[in-house]
Structures are given as structure tokens and as C-alpha cells.
Design a binder for this molecule. Structure first.
Ligand code: PMP
Length: 369
């Protein structure tokens, strides 16, 4: 053990950091970003917004990001569920918002439960706060697919472990499907001392008939819905994630955040993007078409796609997922090995990206199946 390792917290020794490769390849389809660049009109507005705040950068930003909260509340309210600024919290990406939740409601001698496979950062963020992670399971009981979460199984796992936080990822990364609100409600009721976090990072891509858990917030002060501008909103580099919850829960997050955690530029840039919400979201329909194109094409190649409500597709039927991952990379197509044997995940983006991916995988030949 190195000297540094011996100084490191015991529970972090030997761990590997989150590491989706950032490679310079023609087709980067591994982190579920939006492939479309920020439109020129919005770029101009972002530049003007930065210029407007620049002289004031000698001062700390508005610690309570009041205007941004108002804008995010207005944006969420467009869904038809009224959300007030006091119900909104934000951070540098929804990862930071999740961290704040764990810092406030997790910690030593407390446990968080998620249903694996789900977003890989849920257990990692949980561990950084000294919270115990409980690996709940999918595909148990009466489910149509191997990665579905049935209401009965979710309720029995939550009842058995009685955690302090529960993560429900809907649509779920990396498997793609959204959860019924009946499952969210049932988990909420089965875990009376838990904060229930519904991670809706991909909700804008959901197929019709998939309501958001925002509609369940009223009367459920322990329920939290997290969102991000990184995916549908084409703003991953802007690092702006947010949540909606009960005002008292939101207020508690002020106990753990670093003062001034959202810089003046981050606030101004996010507000400029939100003023152009429709333009920023204009690519969602094209991306959904590409996702559906991937789902429809893969069976013809002998592969098994999982139904998706997100901007990515998990597909199985591979003999050796790591070997296929490398072979695709050799064709300039970077997809994600999510650590599920015989499966890979690909992000849906432009029609050209879909074609490149499908052509590359078709060219690999039957020994990959
Ligand atoms: N939740 C889920 C389910 C995700 O897939 C991601 C990003 N991959 C995030 C949260 C975090 O995104 P960000 O920090 O960019 O908002």
C-alpha cells in the first residue's frame, strides 16, 4: 500500500473513480449527451449574459440563486404541475444536487437503496457521504423484461431494508424504461422514514403516457424529483441540475451546500438557455426518432434492444461485450460498456451517428453474437 493509500479513508481504498472515457473519436455515443450544438441565437444570448455579469465578478454571486430558481420553477410549471421557486433547488449538475440530498439525509449509520442496474453514480455519491449503499434488484417477480422493476418487488425490498433514502431512476439509466407512478407511490408509502428521490434526468425523452413524478409532489413532503439540463436541454457543459420538492426539504439543503456554489456565470448562462427553452429542446423529437430507429434495427442484426424512454438504447445478445465495445471503437464509434455481461449501451443522437453505429455493428460479423 502506498503512503497516500494508507492515509486515504479506509472505505475509499482500492476504489476506482467514475470513468466514462473522454476520447477524441468521430462518434462519441457513450455519455448520453445531446449531440446537437447549442444554436447560434442562444450562443449570442449566452455571450451577452456573461458580458453583463463580468464586471460584477469581484462580488460573490447571489447565494440563493433567486432569479434562476424562479426561472426553473416557471420551466417546470410548463408541464402543468405548478412548482414554486421555494420548491426548487439547483447545483452544478444533478450529481451535485444528489450529493446535497445525501449530505443532508444520508451519512454514517444511514442507508440508501437503489435498484441495480441503475445510474452508476448513485452508489458512488452515496459512498462518498459515508452512507451505506443497499443494492436492490430488478427483474424479480412479475416483470415483462429482465430489467423491469415490479411494484411488489420494489415494495418488498424497501420494506425489508427500511432505508433512509430510496433512488428510483425513471427513465432508468442504463436500461432505458420509465417507472409507473404507481410504483413511485407504493415505494413512498412502504418506506415511511425515507426520502424518495426520483431521478428524472431523461424524462423529456419518455414515450407518450409517461407522467412525471412532479404530479405526485403535492402532499408528499418526502418526495424529491431531480432533473438536469445536461440531456434533452443540450447543456451538459453548462453543469446545471435541479430538483423540485417540499419547501422545507429544499431549505434543509442550504445546511450542506458550500456558500455560493453556483457561480454568477453559471447562473447567468443557465438563465439565458432557459429563456430559449423551446429552441434548446427542439432536437428532442429527432433524437427520439433515432432512438426508435436503433430499437427497430437491432433485432435484424441478431441483437436484443431493451425498450427505451430515454436518449439511449441498451442492447444485449453479445458474446463478449468488451470485445464488441473495442471493435466498435476501432470503427470510430464509442459506446458504453455499463458492466452488464453481454450488453452495451449506445446514445441516440443525429441520423448520421445512428447510421455510423448501425453500419459499424453490422460489419462486425456473426462471431460477436
Ligand atoms: N442522473 C442520471 C440518471 C444520469 O444518467 C446522469 C448523467 N449521466 C445524471 C443524473 C447526472 O447528470 P448531470 O450531473 O450532468 O446533471
Amino acid at each position: 500500500m502506498s503512503e497516500i493509500e494508507s492515509l486515504l479513508r479506509e472505505d475509499l481504498r482500492g476504489k476506482t473513480a467514475y470513468g466514462a472515457p473522454q476520447l477524441d473519436v468521430p462518434f462519441a455515443l457513450n455519455t448520453n449527451e445531446n449531440s446537437y450544438a447549442v444554436p447560434a441565437a442562444v450562443v449570442d444570448e449566452i455571450v451577452a449574459a456573461v458580458a453583463a455579469v463580468a464586471p460584477g465578478l469581484n462580488r460573490y454571486p447571489d447565494r440563493e440563486f433567486t432569479d434562476l430558481r424562479g426561472d426553473l420553477a416557471a420551466y417546470l410549471s410548463r408541464s402543468g404541475t405548478a412548482v414554486s421557486p421555494e420548491q426548487v433547488w439547483a447545483g452544478n449538475g444533478s450529481n451535485e444536487v444528489l450529493l446535497h440530498l445525501l449530505q443532508a439525509f444520508g451519512g454514517p449509520r444511514r442507508a440508501a437503496l437503489g435498484f441495480t442496474p441503475a445510474y452508476s453514480m448513485h452508489p458512488i455519491i452515496t459512498a462518498t457521504t459515508g452512507t451505506t449503499w443497499i443494492d436492490g434488484l430488478r427483474g424479480i417477480g412479475d416483470t415483462s423484461g429482465p430489467f423491469d422493476l415490479s411494484l411488489d418487488s420494489a415494495v418488498s425490498q424497501v420494506t425489508e431494508h427500511d432505508p433512509h433514502l430510496v433512488f428510483l431512476c425513471s427513465p432508468n439509466n442504463p436500461t432505458g424504461t420509465a417507472l409507473g407512478l404507481d410504483v413511485v407511490e407504493a415505494v413512498h408509502d412502504a418506506a415511511p422514514r425515507a426520502v424518495i428521490v426520483v431521478d428524472e434526468a431523461y424524462t423529456e425523452f419518455a414515450r407518450p403516457g409517461t407522467p412525471s413524478a412532479l404530479t405526485l409532489l403535492a402532499g408528499r413532503p418526502r418526495l424529491v424529483v431531480t432533473r438536469t439540463m445536461s440531456k434533452a436541454f443540450a447543456f451538459a457543459g453548462g453543469r446545471l441540475g435541479y430538483l423540485a420538492a417540499d419547501p422545507e426539504l429544499v431549505d434543509a439543503l442550504r445546511l450542506v451546500r458550500m456558500p455560493y456554489h453556483l457561480s454568477s456565470t453559471a447562473q447567468a448562462v443557465a438563465r439565458a438557455a432557459l429563456r430559449h427553452a423551446d429552441t434548446m429542446l427542439a432536437t428532442v423529437d429527432v433524437i427520439k426518432e433515432q432512438r426508435d430507429r436503433i430499437v427497430e434495427a437491432l433485432p435484424g442484426l441478431g441483437l436484443v434492444p431493451v425498450a427505451s424512454d430515454a436518449n439511449f438504447v441498451l442492447f444485449g445478445g453479445l458474446r463478449d461485450s468488451h470485445r464488441t465495445w473495442q471493435a466498435l471503437l476501432d470503427h470510430g464509434v464509442l459506446v458504453r460498456d455499463v458492466g452488464i455481461a453481454h450488453y452495451l449501451r449506445v446514445t441516440a443522437g443525429t441520423p448520421e451517428e445512428t447510421s455510423a453505429f448501425l453500419e459499424a455493428i453490422a460489419s462486425l460479423g456473426p462471431d460477436h453474437l
